[in-house]
Design a protein around this ligand. Structure first.
Ligand code: IMP
Length: 427
């Protein structure tokens, strides 16, 4: 009987999909509350791989209610493709609910995303080009289209006409781009509205009712703390709140309803897109980890930048998320490396920093202070109990715990559901 939040502690791609899938077995409701189809979760169930971008991975269990809440931005075309993909693979999607307050990613959003990135040149953010930033910009500017709008033809037509007039003005004058046709867009999105109508509901009410009934509710974060628009490495961030507070706003539940927050941390670090990354490895070791870990983006296929574990980043994630514990994933990827490094502090202009710096400028210029630990030879993929891990793997986990100040609550040693070592009950 509890509500728990699972967030990424690094730059996304920590293996949250796997951890959330594992926990979903015990959940009655799984809620996605921020981001959009910039996210990509890969879940492997009995050798079958599922790639999901919008639908919570809880959908792979037959009885779990899955919610896409108000804080998400939804590209309806992608959502409908994902629903069709799941149905074609025998997954029942009737248990999906979509907030009428979620904002819609429109074609001009993806267009603006690409144009903005092009204009930024070597200062580009390296976005996923899915229109996520421009969709959240319109939400904040109060000119967004919401899922509920698609279900009211008259109001939708008026709103779209007004918004598109402004968008077309900017696109044609500032960027010399062909304007969008209002009738065509109206017809297309009205049809999308009809196609998702059966799933649309007041999801805040539904999630609160589930919590009040004593059901187990799991809030599934997308991206990671370091991509949070407030707490991440601004401006190289996404436009939503992947940190734990985002769950309350993004799902319409009060913070008092949330019992615990868990952070997922890869046993090393990766980052896609641009921006500072102090522990990045640009040598053969980094290449080796990228290859073993298949570190290529689920959404864009881009090679991920790879580096050593950064405990300063993790400590910061513990602070801004109020983490109750850490789930360490992909420990098996480090099998066979003779030694491993963990950044436990930074050097900045001759001074030692043990806390994450408060400004982006400092973070850009820090130099990691490493501790070196011995690696392990044996493959650990088949290990199911902590005590069966090689001593050096346990020492590595122990060092992480000591460096971040919260317990390691779960260890993942492979892609399958079964490749998981839970160390305590998380609900
Ligand atoms: P956007 O979210 O597409 O605007 O991209 C902004 C930044 O967040 C870029 O660096 C992206 O690579 C990164 N990003 C967005 N979604 C994910 C994700 O799910 N995993 C990892 N990085 C992401």
């Amino acid at each position: 009987m509890s509500a728990i939040v699972v967030v990424g502690t690094q730059w996304g791609d920590e293996g949250k999909g796997k951890v959330i899938d594992f926990l979903s077995e015990q959940a009655d409701v799984v809620v996605r509350h921020q981001g959009g189809n910039n996210a990509g979760h890969t879940v492997v169930v009995h050798d079958r791989e599922f790639k999901l971008h919008l639908v919570p991975s809880g959908i792979l269990y037959p009885d779990t209610l899955c919610v896409i809440a108000n804080g998400v931005v939804i590209d309806p075309k992608v959502l409908l493709e994902e629903i069709a993909y799941l149905e074609a693979r025998g997954v029942d999607v009737k248990r999906l609910r979509i907030s009428s307050k979620a904002h819609v990613v429109m074609p001009y959003h993806s267009k603006m995303d690409a144009l903005n990135e092009e204009r930024r040149g070597d200062q580009k953010i390296g976005t996923t080009l899915r229109g996520i930033g421009p969709a959240y910009m319109d939400k904040a500017a109060r000119v967004g289209i919401r899922v509920g709008d698609l279900l009211h033809p008259g109001e939708f037509r008026d709103r779209l006409a007004r918004v598109l007039e402004e968008k077309n003005h900017v696109l044609s004058r500032a960027y010399a781009v062909e304007p969008f046709d209002v009738d065509e867009m109206y017809d297309t999105f009205l049809a999308y509205g009809q196609a998702i109508k059966a799933y649309v509901s007041d999801t805040s009410r539904l999630v609160n009712a589930a919590i009040d009934r004593g059901q187990r509710v799991l809030f599934e974060g997308a991206q990671g703390t370091m991509l949070d628009i407030d707490h991440g490495t601004y401006p190289f961030v996404t436009s939503s709140h992947p940190s734990a507070g985002g769950a309350a706003i993004g799902a319409g539940v009060g913070p008092t309803k949330i019992d615990r927050v868990y952070g997922v941390a890869k046993a090393y670090t990766t980052r896609v897109g641009d921006g500072p990354f102090p522990t990045e490895l640009t040598d053969a070791v980094g290449e080796d980890i990228r290859t073993r870990g298949h570190e290529f983006g689920t959404t864009t296929g881009r090679p991920r930048r790879v580096g050593w574990l950064d405990a300063v980043v993790l400590r910061y994630a513990v602070r801004v998320n109020g983490l109750s514990g850490i789930a360490v994933t992909r420990l098996d990827v480090l099998d066979g490396l003779p030694s491993l490094k963990i950044a436990t502090a930074y050097e900045y202009q001759g001074a030692r920093l043990t806390e994450f710096p408060d400004t982006s400028w400092q973070f850009r210029d820090v130099v990691p202070v490493y501790e070196t630990l011995p690696g392990w030879d044996q493959p650990i993929g088949s290990v199911r109990r902590l005590e069966d891990l090689p001593l050096n793997a346990r020492l590595y986990l122990g060092r992480i715990e000591k460096a971040v100040g919260v317990p390691v609550v779960l260890v993942s040693v492979g892609r399958e559901r079964s490749h998981t070592i839970p160390l305590q009950s998380l609900f």
